[in-house]
Design a protein around this ligand. Sequence first.
Ligand code: GCB
Length: 600
Amino acid sequence: METSLLYPVTNDQRTDQKLDGLWQFKFDEAGEGEKSGWETGFHDGVSMPVPASFNDFFTDKASREYTGDFWYSRNFFVPSAAKGKALFLRFDAVTHRATIFVNGKEIRTHEGGFLPFAADISEAVKYGAENTVVVKGNNELSREALPAGDTITLRNGKKMVRPFFDFYNYSGLNRSVHLLSLPQERVLDYTTTFALAGNDATVNYTVETNGDAPVTVSLADADGQVVATAQGKQGALQVQNAHLWQVRNAYLYTLTIQLGDDTQTPLDTYTDRIGIRTIKISGTDILVNDKPIYLKGFGRHEDSPFAGRAFDLNVEKKDFALMKWIGANSFRTSHYPYDEQVYKIADEEGFLLTDEVPAVGFKMAAAAFLGGLNQSFFKGPWLKKLHERHIDQIRDLIKRDKNHPSVLAWSLFNEPDTIDENAVPYFKQIFDESKDLDPQGRPRTFTLSEDDTIETSKVLDFPDFYMLNRYPGWYHFGGYQISDGEAGLRDEMDKWQKAGVKKPVVFTEFGADTEAGLHKLPSVMWTEEYQVEVLKMFSRVFDDYDFIKGEQVWNLADFQTVEGNMRVNGNKKGIFTRDRQPKAAAFFYHDRWNKLPLDY
Ligand code: GCB
């Protein structure tokens, strides 16, 4: 099966046509789709925008919360000129699993709701004619899949998800669909690594193709001047006076790969923008181009009104504008890989990001918080399948994102249960198997929940740096007890210090739910004043410990979650509201972060 995850481009040899717009859509509560021939296409559904989560377009609750199989259908035209080309449909993400049919024929299936996959449709299409693509999606949760949860059946027979995580199970064709026409002999993938020497840099590359045609690689600077060329599937580009990609001061080169003897009429061309920079962990420092950096920024979500988890370039543009204004330099793609356009913007804007797989909910206490279960997550019949899918998604994540200069690190879990002995063999497997996947050897890590401390966690040897999620001042010692929250946090940091922590520590979650516009003097929990007090408390602590190398507050913006008595129409820990307007805390960070030096 074709496994290329290269981002689509259009040039003389390749075309990328987006199949976004209105599709036909149906729920399949009774499981009648195949029996009724829906895979051949249908016109009696409702119209549904793509990309979008279907949920919030419905005005009745049963549809919004729908759990199970759902179908999308549309026609697309394949021109006669495409004959002889390799044709693919590329789905940037379908939540959480999909079966793809073209003209009634099953082409492939895919598991995992946040990573792209391509379906080879060359044999299934009619040329110079209309064709039909049908997607059978499914949004159920289980302990065998990422993100983890259960699917339950209510007494009225309706299936519902019970997520072990704190974000709404937005579903559907959340990202774009592309029709790709590619040359038969083509580039499948490429990698780059960098070595710096004085002012110069070496860009080492490998190119994977599906044939034997000779490979030419060239690198052009931002003005389009070619600065280095090399031949072969593996080689080195020597760049004199290299412009390095720097944090919040990006510089991108254009890498062009061509196949064939004649670069005037190549068999294939693939072009991408890369940044030359190195990343290392040294003691408690995070080094970019051998210089220490301090991370300032956010945990985020792909979440906005109307289209749910759909990628929306307008929302993304706004989020970057806000992150730049506030003085941030980084974020975590909590709790799943984001649309590839996010990484392209981060590359251009010089943001560092920690790229997370949807391994969230690997803890029964999280399930308990949301519904009441108390067993070991890392012991159960679901582990084998889960592990297969987990490593598969880590593999695809790294494959997809390895060439982005913005990617600082890989986050392999969010808040798993690491005080459980049973977690150790699972962690060992995941860390062993992912060890050599990234040619750039970026750090691998995961977030530790409040239960997982230097005293209790059994897996602290695995990560290259520590990411801590901590909520004193909110889930415990809130309101009038906040001073005890601060004292407890300092006690914990003293223990890390005393233990001689030898790796950087980054706070990747902390904060307080805050209803925008709610004010009180003196403060109470949920007011804008109280959120600022909590964040100031954390800042005081961060300023006192040198091994703390970053602060990424939870969350950039309010976001939708499952409903419950802990949530007022979603999680309100945003520094901005869901429609991206500032709470008082935004001005606090604007002051703090614009003043902090990069190597704080
Ligand atoms: C966490 C989770 C995050 C939640 C957050 C909260 O620890 O990682 O997904 O949204 O806490 O606000 O409770």
